[in-house]
Structures are given as C-alpha cells and as structure tokens.
Design a protein around this ligand. Structure first.
Ligand code: ZN
Length: 162
C-alpha cells in the first residue's frame, strides 16, 4: 500500500514538473526583442513625438505626420532600430491620414498583438526587433492581401530609392 502511494505521489510530482517546464518554455517563447534599451536611452534617441508613439503606444493626429501623403519611391524603416518594414510599392491612400500599406516587406519582422484598449478589439503591430509600436493592421485593405497596415509616421524613417 505504501508503495502504491509512493508511485502516485511520484506521478503527481512528475506531472507538476512537466507542467512547470512547459509554462516556463512558453514564457521563454514570448520573445524578448533583439534590441532593448532603457527608457532614458529611448528618450535620448527619439523626438518627444516619436517616443510617445513608439514607446507609449500613442497615435499621432491624422494628416499631421511626415508620411501620410508621401509619394517618393523607397523603403520605410523602423525609427527605433532601422529595420526595413514597408516599401513604397505597397503604400496606398486609405484616406485616413496615416501612411497605409497593404503588405509588409517581411511579415516575420512584424509582431501582431491583440489590443483591447479604447473599447475596441484591434491588432496592434510592433517591430519585432526593438518592440517599437507601429500602429494597427486591419482586414479592410485592398487586394491582393486585403490588409491595411495603418502606421504612424512617427514610427517610420524613410530611405529614398536611387
Ligand atoms: Zn524596430
């Protein structure tokens, strides 16, 4: 009888350990961005507007940013780390006052989080490399993707194609 009890206890502790290991792995999978800086460092690097958008998940006022009506050919990069995120090739006028793209250069460079702030359910987009808030992605974009990446100008830098 004692023996059976021992086996039972042993099994139980194994299960708990396995679960612990699993959840531990899951927290690890919640990848830390490649680039991490202190808030003081971010403040030094970014303008107050960029800091408000990128680090505090703010939104610039529509029709006020640098790129909503910007039509030059080139590449839009993350203002936090310089990662190339969007191309002028997929930029379109969504009429909303923010730069909009129907596709990303590489979906693996952008992380999508569920955002339930302001009483809405939206998909927040952040730069995977430095965790900069970019904006949101919606399902009402044009073909061929049907997506609309609505991005703050303050989250972006631009490199002109020569
Ligand atoms: Zn970045």
């Amino acid at each position: 009888m004692k023996y059976v009890l021992f086996i039972l206890l042993f099994n139980l502790s194994c299960t708990t350990m396995a679960q612990k290991e699993k959840s531990g792995k899951m927290t690890k999978k919640e990848e830390t961005p490649e680039i991490t800086k202190t808030e003081a460092e971010w403040r030094q690097q970014l303008t107050p507007m960029q800091y408000y958008v990128v680090r505090e998940k703010g939104t610039e006022r529509p029709f006020t940013g640098e790129f909503w009506d910007h039509k030059e050919k080139g590449t839009y990069k993350c203002i936090g780390c310089g990662e190339e995120l969007f191309s002028s090739e997929t930029k379109f006028d969504a009429g909303c006052g923010w730069p909009s793209f129907y596709d990303a250069l590489d979906k693996n460079k952008i992380k999508v989080n569920r955002d339930t702030s302001h009483g809405m359910i939206r998909e927040e987009i952040v730069c995977k490399k430095c965790n900069a808030h970019l904006g949101h992605v919606f399902n009402d974009g044009p073909n061929p993707t049907g997506l609309r990446y609505c991005v703050n100008s303050a989250s972006l830098g631009f490199e002109k194609k020569h």
